[in-house]
Design a protein around this ligand. Structure first.
Ligand SMILES: N[C@@H](CCC(=O)N[C@@H](CS)C(=O)NCC(=O)O)C(=O)O
Length: 173
């Protein structure tokens, strides 16, 4: 059955869920919630456990919490490691990407330039060398753990694409 992702028309909290579903080959469509009324209706219908988006309709359930959904779909696709050690490493590295990614999130509250300046001054110098090190230590296959794609790689991909789009590819060199 095709999953349906409900979210605003942007990366936000939904992008990691989109990436996990795509990488796990789970077919999904998207409903962009563009009007407050639509959001309020979903809340009133009790479809949003915490009154928040993203939400994914999947096999009769209304799933929420982006991290939980990303893990769930990644597990369906065999993207969370093949033994306990790999699972722990992938989860730690994934959580790191969430902290890194959060540096680019609050552009609704702070000014766009302020958020990007902060990210450039603090999050990027902290996280980029670490992830470069993790990737090079694992060899030349381009994955962070083992020899296949994992949720940790998807988490980093999200941040890298954001940096590329907002700041330019040269910031990654
Ligand atoms: N922990 C939740 C947070 C979701 C969240 O903060 N959603 C925001 C949009 S990005 C929202 O629905 N805000 C409305 C509200 O909290 O009233 C997740 O990761 O899914």
């Amino acid at each position: 059955m095709t999953a349906v992702l409900y979210y605003f028309d942007g990366r936000g909290k939904a992008e990691i869920v989109r990436l996990a579903m795509a990488a796990a080959n789970i077919p999904f469509t998207q409903e962009f919630v563009r009007e407050k009324k639509q959001f309020e209706t979903m809340r009133a219908e009790g479809k949003l456990l915490f009154g928040q988006l993203p939400m994914v309709e999947y096999e009769g359930h209304h799933l929420v919490q982006s991290g939980s959904m990303a893990r769930f779909f990644a597990e369906q696709g065999g993207l969370i490691g093949s033994n306990e050690e790999e699972k722990l490493k992938i989860d730690i590295l994934f959580e790191g990407t969430r902290d890194f990614n959060s540096a680019f999130m609050p552009y609704g509250f702070l000014g766009f330039k302020e958020v990007l300046d902060n990210a450039k001054a603090t999050a990027m110098p902290r996280y980029l060398p670490i992830y470069n090190f993790i990737l090079s230590r694992n060899g030349s296959n381009g994955y962070m753990v083992g020899s296949k794609l994992s949720l940790a790689d998807l988490g980093l991909l999200e941040v890298v694409l954001t940096i590329e789009e907002l700041l330019g590819e040269e910031e990654l060199n």
